[in-house]
Design a protein around this ligand. Structure first.
Ligand code: G6P
Ligand code: MG
Length: 219
């Protein structure tokens, strides 16, 4: 039985990874190094401050800055990122997402957002999908980041569901692990090898239905 579907945001419902990357690359460039797209993969699903640490290590600058300097750099990156996502439109919702969300709700299953991003409410509003969620948990509401299960456990609680009756949709390894730690099943969205620990994997939502979800989970 499925009571709640919990969706990650970045990389699952919308492609904001490109904006995160552009903003981090700009920061790296101001610091005097090039941040490649390949290295950027390691930032997916990771919190803002942890992402900064990974970026600084990539540039050979780990431990060079004070906590206050790091806060300032993260704020600078976020300013550019907010500029990008403020201009987002419903066209940037990934294919099949809206149809699938409607399918889920029609099936009587609750929906929750479980995102590490503090910008999640802004992105939901800009893309016009805020109304599809019974509960929204964003990076500003949790004290520990994925792979800690807190973000998904809150989504379960807010929708009145037992963890075992929740299914998490995730594109990042940290998120699949968080789902497992929460005692939830997971659907890996994408083609990354890092998703191999998910209960099941789909390339995207284009042809995916609640029927198929149920069948896959029964196998
Ligand atoms: C998501 C993204 C990460 C991002 C994190 C925090 O998990 O996949 O790349 O670092 O959210 O986002 P924020 O908007 O709060 O900086
Ligand atoms: Mg993600």
């Amino acid at each position: 039985m499925i009571s709640t579907c919990i969706f990650d945001l970045d990389g699952v419902l919308v492609d904001t990874a490109k904006y995160h990357y552009l903003a981090w690359r700009k920061l790296a460039s101001q610091l005097g190094f090039d941040f490649t797209e390949r290295r950027n993969e390691a930032l997916k699903g990771v919190s803002r401050m942890a992402s900064l640490d990974i970026l600084l290590s990539a540039g050979g600058m780990a431990d060079r800055f004070t906590a206050a300097e790091k806060q300032e750099m993260a704020a600078r990156k976020n300013g550019w990122y907010v500029d990008y996502v403020s201009r987002m439109t419903p066209d940037e919702i990934l294919p099949g997402v809206v149809r699938f969300l409607e399918d889920v709700r029609r099936a009587g299953i609750k929906t929750a957002l479980g995102s590490a991003s503090r910008n999640a409410p802004l992105i939901l509003e800009r893309t016009g999908i805020a109304g599809y969620f019974d509960a929204v948990v964003d990076g500003g509401m949790v004290s520990t980041a994925k792979p800690d299960p807190q973000v998904f456990l809150m989504g379960a609680e807010l929708t009145g569901a037992e963890p075992a009756a929740c299914v998490v949709f995730e594109d990042a390894e940290a998120g699949i692990e968080a789902a497992a730690r929460a005692g939830m099943r997971s659907v890996g969205v994408g083609t990354s090898k890092a998703l191999s620990r998910a209960t099941t994997i789909i390339p995207g939502f284009e042809t995916f239905t609640v029927n198929e979800l149920t069948q896959r989970l029964e196998q």
